[in-house]
Design a protein around this ligand. Sequence first.
Ligand SMILES: [Cu+2]
Length: 379
Amino acid sequence: MRPIPFRPLFAAAALGLSALSLAACGSSDEAAAGAKELTFELTDAGCEPRRASAPAGPIDFTVENGGTTKYSELEVLDGETILGERENVTAGLSRSFALTLEAGEYKVRCREGGGPGEATLTVSGALHTRKSPEIDKAIADYRSYLVESATELTAKTAPFVAAVRAGDVAKAKRLYPATRIGYERIEPVAESFGDLDPRIDARENDVAPGEFGGFHRIEKALWEEGTAKGMEPVAVALLEDVEELDAKVKGVSLRAVQIANGANELLTEVSTSKITGEEERYSHVDLVDFTGNVEGARVAFEAVAPLMRSGDPRLVEEIEGDFAAVHAALVRYETSRWPGFVLYPELGQADTRKLARVIDTLAEKLSLVPAAIAKGEGA
Ligand SMILES: [Cu+2]
């Protein structure tokens, strides 16, 4: 497989008019003062408070963990669709994310534990919808990437699944990393569809025994067991799930602030858990996934960057610089051999640390984007 090229920044297209018209609707500072702040605490009993309310509009969520080991994650859901979440909020940590919500009842769910981990968030009043061509364009840009990536994922999963069903281990192994790239690019959106993400992309320790399926179950068979025997039903289900994802992304409703939040989430996950090599623990093609994750985050950021230029051009520039640093750190490991990057265990501890550091810096900066977008976004 050839290394996956980075897309050029479309920064040039983002300048000028869009910045002017955002400034014209006075969106940056005064709207920021209007963002509602809500704090949920993770406790042994679940999320506190159990009931919260907010006016329609931008909301900054803070998730605090005062010391429980039972919960480390908080999600805000509309029905079964996850609108926003924070993972890896372990004891003593506090992390935040931003959403813009219209009136309705939302579920706030604590994850990674048992028991009554749910709270209700009631949002009331009318959302002051600020429609702008810039917001529409940001969403349209990201949507086309989303649809393109999902289409590519489906197209590549079909021959991969065929190879698995035919028992062709060598071919299935060869196809595996490139097949998954489309998924890794759009993982945050895929994660919003309930259990579709675990069905497609769970690690063995993420799910109940007997429920391990999807890409990584097949990865284990191919690399650790050295056979595709018994993988027929897993492969068939994987293709169905990928097709379901493909159909769902076409109709998903997107908000600019969600797109920004997704980019931040993706890189936070890379720097906090994927960096250990846990995702591709049998095949060790982790750097291919990282490249997909970084590219997906970058396209998401580029799509929404025009919305924050007027408010914070410095931050945009810094983030572009950080993306370039991550790119430079990753290309060092490109090779002309399969899978296009050196295998993850070939990286020394110093290499991994350096990679983690640049990704972490970027993720931290990206975490400021949703709030910067929420200032300007009403829709
Ligand atoms: Cu993944």
